[in-house]
Design a protein around this ligand. Structure first.
Ligand SMILES: [Zn+2]
Length: 104
């Protein structure tokens, strides 16, 4: 998922989400979410509110989020180059498994 897709994804969530994001969908975008945070991506806070709200009350997703953050930080330091591949694979699997087609 590239940054543009991620933003579009968030847009969809933000626009359609009276209901809460479910865990499956949230975890599908978490890698991109973490990439944005680690990379210093500049997103409006209200855009991220649904994601943060879910993380605040869902221990499962919070764990996933923390794990991804840890890996991303290590990657940023160049300490876990071999993880990058599996993480990319994970992202690809998540993107194809989440059932939401991002069309623009
Ligand atoms: Zn959750």
């Amino acid at each position: 998922m590239n940054p543009e897709q991620f933003l579009h994804w968030l847009e969809q969530i933000y626009n359609t989400s009276e209901a809460e994001i479910d865990c499956e969908h949230l975890q599908a975008i978490l890698p991109a979410f973490v990439d944005f945070e680690i990379g210093g991506g500049n997103l409006p806070a209200e855009r991220l509110a649904p994601v943060r709200a879910h993380l605040a009350h869902c221990p499962d997703c919070a764990d996933e989020y923390e794990g991804l953050r840890t890996v991303a930080r290590l990657e940023a330091q160049g300490r876990l180059p071999q993880v990058e591949e599996s993480l990319a694979q994970f992202e690809a699997e998540s993107a194809s498994a989440d059932g939401i087609a991002v069309t623009s």
